[in-house]
Design a protein around this ligand. Structure first.
Ligand code: HGY
Ligand code: MN
Ligand code: MN
Length: 396
């Protein structure tokens, strides 16, 4: 399975992945998912929001146990973030069939669409639409860099965007969702465990900073006469690092767009996207406010107009304790329980259904990079742990 999926959307030069929502690479990943489902005799389903489901047992049954993750990636992302959870779900089902497990509840493997928000800027679109945290009206306002809206992209990919919307009946039939994911950090590596259990997800969000300056000639405009938004942007990036360090939080400007983006032209507009996360809401609010304040102060000095828009936000997620502890009991009771700064569909859905996460050791902690890696032994340990959990939840 891993080898079949690996070439899809991989950049020949960087070996990073570009599996962005509703593109050709996404369509190929989805075809792979459907093939894996039908090859196992599972009932394949595409829901109104473009999420994929592979059912063992009655899709309309109650108290279903669901596992899975996402197949889309960040720009030049790694091979494991998302796909490890989906491949491990199919492998765990194969293992349970080898064990002759008797399922007493419906089981489903899911691929949630557009988890990374790489194309439209909002994380976890498929699970947010399903849980009603993103309305069809809001989805229609999401645009990619070429101005294509989410519904237009869905339609061009052959999906009927008029169907998108909350799927409460589907969620009401689910008793538990367990997502296996490569750890995006080194906590497990430091504890010497292959597998861990998630406790919480930090509150995190994405803010777009628009710095409006004045286009002019790079060679003939006196420094004193400039309204250069790149200066304001640069000071804001440095302020973000300062404020995050002071608060024990994280802040990243990883994406920028410059207009007109000419070597010999002072920019008219610089757009910078801030990703900031902290262990609690108050700290996150303090950090983002301080960064905005620093940007405002510098903008005044530079004669630049500043506009800030919050594009994506996820409040702190505390995974349900009962399910978290049930997983630990099933797995022997001594697994590390760790928080994370990374967002996941299991976090988004935790407001609607009981959810839990298993993390698989990432020896370098690197993620959102072609260098993302996990040892095969640890991945197999993850599959066996997921099989034990699914057996404990759906076969007893
Ligand atoms: O950004 C995140 O935390 C996740 O990878 N979508
Ligand atoms: Mn990710
Ligand atoms: Mn992920």
């Amino acid at each position: 399975m891993w080898r079949d999926l690996a070439p899809i959307g991989r950049d020949a030069a960087t070996h990073g992945y570009r599996r962005h929502a509703w593109t050709g690479a996404d369509a190929d990943c989805r075809a792979w998912f459907r093939d894996q489902a039908t090859a196992r005799g599972l009932t394949y389903e595409l829901d109104r929001n473009g999420n994929q489901w592979a059912w063992l047992g009655d899709p309309e049954g109650r108290d279903a146990v669901v596992t899975g993750s996402h197949l889309d990636s960040v720009p030049d992302g790694g091979a494991f973030d998302g796909p490890l959870g989906v491949v491990s779900s199919f492998a765990a089902l194969d293992e349970l069939r080898r064990r002759g497990a008797e399922f007493t509840k419906p089981l489903a493997i899911a691929n949630f669409g557009d988890e990374e928000g790489a194309r439209f800027g909002l994380a976890c679109v498929g699970s947010r639409l399903t849980s009603g945290q993103l309305t069809p009206q809001q989805a229609a306002e999401l645009r990619d860099a070429d101005g294509v809206t989410l519904p237009q992209a869905m339609e061009r990919a052959g999906y009927d965007p008029s169907r998108i919307g909350p799927d409460r009946d589907r969620l009401a039939r689910i008793g538990a969702f367990v997502e296996l994911h490569v750890e995006q950090g080194r906590a497990l590596d430091l504890t010497g465990h292959s597998v861990g259990i998630a406790s919480a997800i930090w509150p995190h969000g994405r803010w777009r900073f628009d710095f409006h300056g004045e286009a002019n000639h790079a060679g003939t405009t006196r420094l004193a006469d400039r309204r250069d938004p790149m200066l304001t942007y640069a000071e804001t990036v440095l302020a973000a690092r300062r404020e995050a360090e002071l608060a024990g939080a994280v802040a990243t400007f990883g994406k920028i767009s410059v207009e007109p983006n000419g070597v010999n032209a002072i920019p008219s507009l610089v757009r910078g996207w801030l990703d900031s996360r902290a262990a609690d809401q108050a700290t996150l609010d303090t950090v983002v406010a301080a960064i905005q304040q620093a940007a405002k102060g510098r903008a005044e000095r530079d004669g630049v107009d500043l506009n800030v828009v919050r594009e994506s936000f996820t409040p702190v997620i505390e995974f349900e304790h009962a399910l978290r502890d049930e997983l630990n009991t099933i797995l022997g009771g001594d697994l590390p329980v760790l928080g994370t700064g990374a967002g996941h569909d299991a976090g988004i859905l935790s407001g609607s259904i009981p959810t839990a996460m298993l993390f698989v050791r990432n020896p370098t902690g690197v993620s959102h990079s072609p260098a993302e890696f996990a040892e095969e032994d640890d991945c197999v340990a993850g599959v066996l742990a997921l099989a034990d959990v699914l057996e404990g939840l759906a076969c007893g």
